[in-house]
Ligand binder design. Structure first.
Ligand code: C2O
Ligand code: CU
Ligand code: CU
Length: 452
């Protein structure tokens, strides 16, 4: 049982200036929750922010009532700013609300790095940008028994870019009052909002001291729109292998070694890096090959000392990664993710339609296996609530090495199609799927998934 108060505060993120934030419990990221598989957790959220909020546990196998539907609001105790309520507040069909709310998570699911974040309709991107995101780690006995690096050698890394004004305030250009409310206001930010400062666990370009040993890096891209291709580069230019042991929703069947790893918004990669390959006193930079100048740097590790290392990366990690076969699928759906119109403006649509909370887009039957053929015009990281899936194909060919394992987000590249397969299991009710470029999501690229 946890209690989280959502409140405004400020923090010194950049040296010498204070940054006003919206937080879970006063920090960005919010408190990291650690749970055991199968042990239900209730989190009571209380909203002291000036706007309504919604909490979603991303990757959670959660009953619909606690999944954080975008109109399922936690109302502010003190509502200063009705302008931010938008039309959502006036749609009596869609609104159920309270000022505190219990979210109950059964967590009857594989060990994985999940994260919780705001999910309010049309307002998710600016809310996450201002700080409403935190980690939730689910552990289980299978994973504990493997001997992967643990304790101080397991590092969750929440990577997120942000932009700052000279006084330290976060700048979110799409909310510029000079632009708000005009047709086409989102025009310059259709691709999403990027920052020029890279934060890891809320700190800009941190340097972390490590032992000359293996570390388990549990990487989350919590950026609104920025894609990364991560590479670990030592001082002498040598590139250290990123040995992937897990995907969005838990361990892989067997490790996959990468020289670099693409990571789209909301994706998680669980990788082991061996810092014993670097001399003591040396440094390893985690760089983004897609960035330039200072957005190329993410963080660095300084190898501080020699140390014993009893950790290992077994050749077989997990035996419970679902293997749904194409022949099990009862249907194949085609879903396109493209530019379109929303409320008369430029936006983003799924299957030609922008998000509408009262329209059911996809009805799936509990227990049935489906294949979804997704096609994108530009980069779209597509996320499903409730269920994990496997990537069956990409661009008409086999999946890529980083598509391995159980995923909840698949990164479609420009012009690319991909097929995913899943079984809809667990709970009936109203869920979502959407693009996890947070600005695309707010600009309409979300749809209802009704499980019956
Ligand atoms: Cu990370 Cu619908 O969410
Ligand atoms: Cu989610
Ligand atoms: Cu998108």
């Amino acid at each position: 049982r946890y209690e989280i108060t959502q409140r405004e505060t400020s923090a010194e993120i950049l040296p010498g200036v204070r940054t006003p934030l919206w937080t879970y419990e006063g920090g960005f990221p919010g408190p990291t929750i650690e749970s055991r598989r199968g042990r239900p957790v209730t989190v009571t959220h209380r909203n002291l922010l000036p706007v309504p909020t919604v909490v979603h546990l991303h990757g959670g196998h959660t009953p619909a009532a606690s999944d954080g539907y975008p109109t399922d609001l936690v109302l502010p105790e003190h509502w200063h700013d009705t302008a931010h309520g938008g039309h959502v507040m006036h749609d009596p069909r869609a609104v159920r609300s309270r000022v505190t709310r219990d979210y109950t998570f059964p967590l009857d699911q594989r060990a994985a790095l999940l994260w919780y974040h705001d999910h309010r309709m049309d307002f998710t991107a600016p809310a996450i940008w201002r700080g409403l995101a935190g980690l939730h780690i689910v552990r289980d006995d299978v994973e504990d028994a493997l001997g992967l690096p643990s304790g101080a050698r397991e590092l969750p890394l929440m990577i997120a870019d942000r932009a700052f004004a000279a006084d330290g305030a976060l700048t979110y250009p799409a909310l510029d009052p000079a632009l708000r409310g005009r047709p086409g206001v989102h025009g310059p930010y259709l691709a999403g909002v990027l920052g020029d400062v890279i934060l890891v666990n809320g700190a800009p370009w941190p340097v972390h001291e490590v032992d000359a040993a293996r570390y388990r890096l549990r990487i989350l891209n919590a950026s609104n729109a920025r894609h990364y291709e991560l590479e670990a580069v030592a001082d002498d230019g040598r590139v250290l292998e990123l040995v992937q042991v897990g995907a969005d929703l838990g361990l892989l069947t067997a490790p996959v070694a990468h020289r670099s790893l693409p990571i789209a918004p909301a994706e998680r990669y669980d990788v082991v890096v061996d810092f014993s390959q670097v001399p003591v006193g040396g440094r390893v930079r985690l760089v983004n090959r897609l960035g330039s100048g200072r957005t190329r740097e993410v963080m660095a590790f300084r190898v501080a000392r020699k140390a014993a290392d009893a950790s290992r990366v077994p050749r077989t990690l997990a035996r419970d990664v679902p293997e749904w076969r194409r022949s099990e699928a009862v249907r194949v759906r085609d879903l396109s993710f493209r530019a379109g119109r929303m409320h008369g403006r430029h936006g983003w649509v799924i299957g030609g339609l922008p998000f509408d909370p009262v329209r059911t887009d996809v009805t799936a039957r509990l227990g049935e296996v489906e294949v979804w053929r997704l096609i994108a015009d530009v980069h779209h990281p597509v996320h499903l609530h409730l269920v994990g899936f496997r990537v069956l194909s990409r661009g008409g060919g086999p999946p890529l090495p980083h598509d391995a394992g159980l995923k909840d987000t698949v990164s479609l590249r420009p012009g690319e199609s991909a097929e995913i397969i899943t079984r809809f299991e667990g709970y009936r009710g109203r869920y979502l799927f959407h693009c996890h470029n947070a600005e695309h999501e707010d600009m309409g690229m979300m749809a209802n998934l009704e499980i019956v």
